[in-house]
Design a protein around this ligand. Structure first.
Ligand SMILES: Cc1cc2nc3c(=O)[nH]c(=O)nc-3n(C[C@H](O)[C@H](O)[C@H](O)COP(=O)(O)OP(=O)(O)OC[C@H]3O[C@@H](n4cnc5c(N)ncnc54)[C@H](O)[C@@H]3O)c2cc1C
Length: 548
């Protein structure tokens, strides 16, 4: 079948990714056995998601306005598929057939003029508008939970604004539509030998607009991994007009207008396009894996490397349970995955220096580093050892969301939380999280496991990322999740660690974000919102509240 006649691959209504990646019960039972063996929780029995036909959906509360009919849908399929993000709460509600927060309308504008028309209508009609990129928010950012005072809720999906222009080979920048997903962007840039080099774990389905709106973090451990550093200019349509910045390599002209859009999470306007910095695809890679008997030694190694100025592309410390669950061979020890990459530069010297620092902290690297001139050559050679470990880790990284979906169907309480703190603060924070989250898991689920890794490392501190796993109390999954989430979030705040390093604030993190940000900043943000969105229709409940 030619690509033009092929049926589009069906997305799961409730779970991560493609529907055909959700295995039958027998295969899920095997996954359950593997997880039970690694964590001690279980037994885990597969359950089936609520049949789509059984899902109750209230009729839309507004009629489709005449001027928006060309790009507006009230179909059951459109409304259900735009109800939930992809956090644990979303998966559980979707699995159980709870679609109560479904939007009334789904708008899919094809031009900036259509975005402007939608916002004008919504402002007049008192309809809340939720910008939607890939819908991969894990913090309730795309959920139609908008509070009182709105006639209805419309979700505005940017999927049609997904053009990738030809990159400027001189400056290394390119204009990309907000709705372009990771694979669309990399495919288009690949034709020019370029890459944006931004790979969040949600890469397959999340979008440039969503990344900018949430200040997403990619999977590289140091430098140029946040979308913040890759954005040269943005265009954002607001109810008050279009907000467009100049593409500049840098500017000291007052507070940065780009920075006002970055992290605005859909409350100030609809990002329609960004000009981003792209680069040549790396042709050299080096990788190594260093094992540690003690996690603390691994922390010292990661710290030394983060402060060395070597800036590895990968510097991921996984504790032993995390390594087992991610199928990283670590011989029951903690493991630091190191990587360097570049275009035409020798990677031996920085790798040797990094390994010396890791060994000085007590690590062992039995197999030594692996070097690849390029991916094709490495594949042809059937490279092994550390390169294979690193590849196994990357594959598991992008597959992990599918695993979470399977675990939800096995009745597992499984979610992650992430933060950043100083090196000085980390040991006490980590100990407190194990104590408090451990206590919460015992209280609500009779016990469970908390694993950790560093996703990013900075000279002044790590970005630790935790996963909690327990057997969910049947029917009480969401209360149990909330109790564990509260324990973790309170502990982060008490230790001066951020409520989120890259998962955004959304609606879920509001109580802790409100305590973290200065009160005067909240008032200034509210004033900016009032100017750009006078009817306060854009994503109410996210970042700040509507004034009385
Ligand atoms: C399995 C999984 C793995 C993840 N891994 C990572 C990771 O590695 N790094 C990371 O940073 N995040 C990660 N996330 C979180 C999420 O993918 C990011 O927040 C991502 O940036 C969201 O992009 P999206 O296009 O899906 O946006 P959505 O989820 O659709 O929206 C997110 C927020 O941005 C707003 N928004 C979206 N598009 C626009 C727009 N064009 N204009 C204005 N506002 C807009 C929405 O209203 C919402 O508030 C992960 C999520 C999942 C489920």
């Amino acid at each position: 079948m030619s690509p033009s006649t092929a049926e589009p691959r069906q997305r799961s209504l409730w779970g991560w990714g493609y529907a055909d990646r959700f295995p039958p019960a027998a295969a899920r039972r095997q996954v359950g056995a593997m997880v039970s063996a690694a964590t001690g929780i279980g037994p885990l029995e597969p359950q089936e998601p609520a049949p789509e036909a059984s899902i109750a959906l209230a009729p839309p509360r507004v009629a489709v306005p005449a001027e928006l009919t060309d790009f507006t849908s009230v179909s059951r399929a459109a409304r259900l598929s735009h109800t939930h993000g992809r956090g644990y709460r979303d998966l559980v509600r979707g699995f159980r057939g709870d679609y109560a927060p479904a939007p009334d309308l789904v708008l899919t504008p094809r031009t900036e003029d259509e975005v402007a028309a939608a916002l004008a209508w919504a402002s007049r009609a008192g309809v809340a508008v939720i910008p939607w990129g890939g819908g991969t928010s894990v913090t309730g950012g795309v959920e139609a939970r908008v509070g009182p005072g709105y006639q209805a809720v419309a979700t505005l999906d940017l999927a049609a604004l997904c053009e990738v222009a030809t990159p400027c080979a001189v400056s290394g920048t390119v204009r990309i539509g907000a709705g372009a997903t990771g694979p669309v962007i990399e495919h288009a840039l690949g034709a020019h030998g370029m890459t944006l080099r931004h790979f969040p774990q949600s890469f397959e389905f999340s979008t440039l607009g969503g990344w900018v709106a949430t200040r997403a973090g990619g999977h590289f451990a140091t430098v140029y991994t946040h979308i913040d550093d890759l954005v040269a200019a943005v265009r954002m349509v607001t109810p008050a007009g279009t907000f467009a910045t100049w593409p500049l390599p840098g500017s000291g002209a007052g507070p940065s207008p780009d920075r006002m859009v970055l992290g605005s999470e859909g409350i100030l306007g609809v990002i329609t396009e960004a000009t981003v910095r792209v680069r040549q695809r790396p042709d050299r890679r080096a990788s190594a894996s260093v094992r540690f008997e003690s996690f603390e030694d691994g922390v010292q190694a990661a710290r030394a490397i983060a402060r060395s100025g070597l800036f590895p592309s990968n510097c991921r410390l996984l504790d032993r349970t995390e390594a087992t669950l991610n199928r990283v061979p670590a011989g029951g020890r903690h493991v630091l995955l190191l990587g360097f990459e570049g275009v035409g530069r020798a990677l031996g010297p920085p790798m040797d220096e990094a390994l010396a620092l890791a060994r000085a902290a007590g690590g062992t690297c039995d197999e030594g580093p692996r070097f690849r001139d390029d991916d094709a050559a490495a594949r042809a050679r059937g490279d092994g050892g550390a390169a294979r470990e690193s590849a196994a880790w990357r594959a598991a990284f992008l597959d992990a969301p599918y695993l979470q979906t399977i675990l939800v169907s096995l009745g597992v309480l499984v979610d992650t939380f992430e933060t950043a703190c100083s090196w000085q603060a980390f040991p006490a924070l980590d100990a407190a999280l194990h104590a408090r989250v451990g206590e919460a898991l015992r209280r609500v689920a009779g016990g469970g496991v908390l694993t950790r890794r560093f996703t990013h490392v900075y000279p002044d501190g790590p970005a630790p990322y935790y996963t909690f796993i327990a057997k969910a109390p049947p029917g009480g999954e969401l209360d149990a999740w909330q109790a564990v989430k509260d324990a973790a979030s309170e502990t982060l705040g008490e230790h001066g660690a951020t409520i989120t390093h890259h998962h955004a604030v959304g609606r879920t993190h509001r109580p802790w974000y409100d305590r973290q940000r200065p009160e005067l900043f909240a008032r200034a943000l509210a004033s900016a919102k009032r100017e750009l969105d006078p009817a306060w229709v854009l994503n109410p409940g996210v970042l700040i509240d509507r004034p009385e």
